[in-house]
Design a protein around this ligand. Structure first.
Ligand SMILES: Nc1nc2c(ncn2[C@@H]2O[C@H](COP(=O)(O)OP(=O)(O)OP(=O)(O)O)[C@@H](O)[C@H]2O)c(=O)[nH]1
Ligand SMILES: [Mg+2]
Length: 159
C-alpha cells in the first residue's frame, strides 16, 4: 500500500447494498486490514482512502461507504455523483439482499454517472453452509463479473 500524501489521480468509488451485508467491514478490511464482528450500522456516509500504484502513477481510491438503511437513502444517493465505480454488495446467506440488487442498480442509474463501472459482490462466503443464493444465480445476475468474497476470512473468488 502506498502511504504518501501525493497522488496523481483520485478515483471515487461507492459501496452500496442492503444494511448488514458487510460494506463497512469490506472498507475497513481494504483500507486498514481490520474486521469488526460487532460493527454498528452506518449512519449516512463515511469514506476512507487507499493509494495504489498503477503503471507508475499513484491512484487514490476514495471509497464512500453508504448506509444501507432505507431511511438514509435520500442522503446517500447524493454521494453517487462523480463515482467512477460502484461495488453493489449482497450477503450470500440473506436472499432478500440479493433480491434487492435490482433496486440498488436502479438507484445508481438515477443518481450516478451513466459510465460508472459496476461490480456485484457476494459477501460472507465463509458462511457458505448457510447460503441462500447459489453461485450460479449470482453469476447469472452479475453478467460479466461477480466477486464472491469473505471480508471476515479474506477470501476473494473472481467468477
Ligand atoms: N461471517 C461474516 N460476517 C461478516 C462478513 N462481513 C461482515 N460481517 C458481519 O456482518 C455484520 C454487518 O456488517 P457491516 O459491515 O456493518 O454491514 P453494512 O453493510 O455496513 O451495514 P449498514 O451500515 O447497516 O448498511 C457485522 O456483524 C459484521 O461483522 C463476512 O465476510 N463474514
Ligand atoms: Mg455500514
Amino acid at each position: 500500500m502506498a502511504s504518501e500524501e501525493h497522488y496523481d489521480f483520485i478515483w471515487k468509488v461507492v459501496l452500496i447494498g442492503d444494511s448488514g451485508v458487510g460494506k463497512t467491514n469490506l472498507l475497513s478490511r481494504y483500507t486498514r486490514n481490520e474486521f469488526d464482528a460487532e460493527s454498528k450500522t452506518t449512519i449516512g456516509v463515511e469514506f476512507s482512502t487507499r493509494n495504489m500504484v498503477i503503471k507508475g502513477k499513484t491512484i487514490r481510491a476514495q471509497i464512500w461507504d453508504t448506509a444501507g438503511q432505507e431511511r438514509y437513502r435520500a442522503i446517500t444517493s447524493v454521494y453517487y455523483r462523480q463515482a467512477v465505480g460502484a461495488l453493489v454488495v449482497y450477503d450470500i446467506t440473506k436472499r432478500h439482499t440479493f433480491e434487492n440488487l435490482q433496486k440498488w442498480l436502479s438507484e445508481l442509474q438515477q443518481h450516478a454517472d451513466p459510465n460508472v463501472c459496476v461490480i456485484i459482490v457476494g459477501n460472507k462466503t465463509d458462511l457458505r453452509e448457510q447460503r441462500t443464493v447459489t453461485h450460479e444465480e449470482g453469476r447469472a445476475f452479475a453478467g460479466i463479473l461477480l466477486l464472491i468474497i469473505s471480508v471476515f476470512k479474506i477470501i476473494i473468488f473472481i467468477s
